[in-house]
Design a protein. Structure first.
Length: 97
């Protein structure tokens, strides 16, 4: 299934998406918690210069329901997270969904 996505430069610039890797990792962890994960794993490997070569974050959360892809993807910054309480949203992603 191929779904269209509408994103404009203005959307990204005004979205507040972080360029801080620590905040980005935290966002992935919060996404797992919002999906009711009880386990979140962060795996990484070092490169020869002792920097991070690759990083993966996995969880056992609910995940995305294939039949609901059209509702989940398609509009940038639009998601079911809008239904979360303001408190959870502010912790998860500074009020952005």
């Amino acid at each position: 299934m191929i779904l269209p996505l509408s994103v404009k430069n203005q959307s990204i610039e005004s979205s507040g998406i972080t360029n801080d890797y620590k905040e980005a990792i935290c966002e992935y962890i919060w996404n797992g918690l919002e999906a009711h994960a009880t386990e979140i794993k962060i795996n990484y490997n070092y490169n020869v210069a002792f920097g991070i070569d690759n990083l993966s974050i996995t969880d056992n959360g609910d995940g995305i329901i294939y039949e609901e892809l059209e509702d989940t993807f398609g509009a940038f910054l639009a998601s079911k997270k809008n239904l979360l309480s303001l408190k959870m949203k502010s912790k998860a992603n500074k009020g952005k969904a």
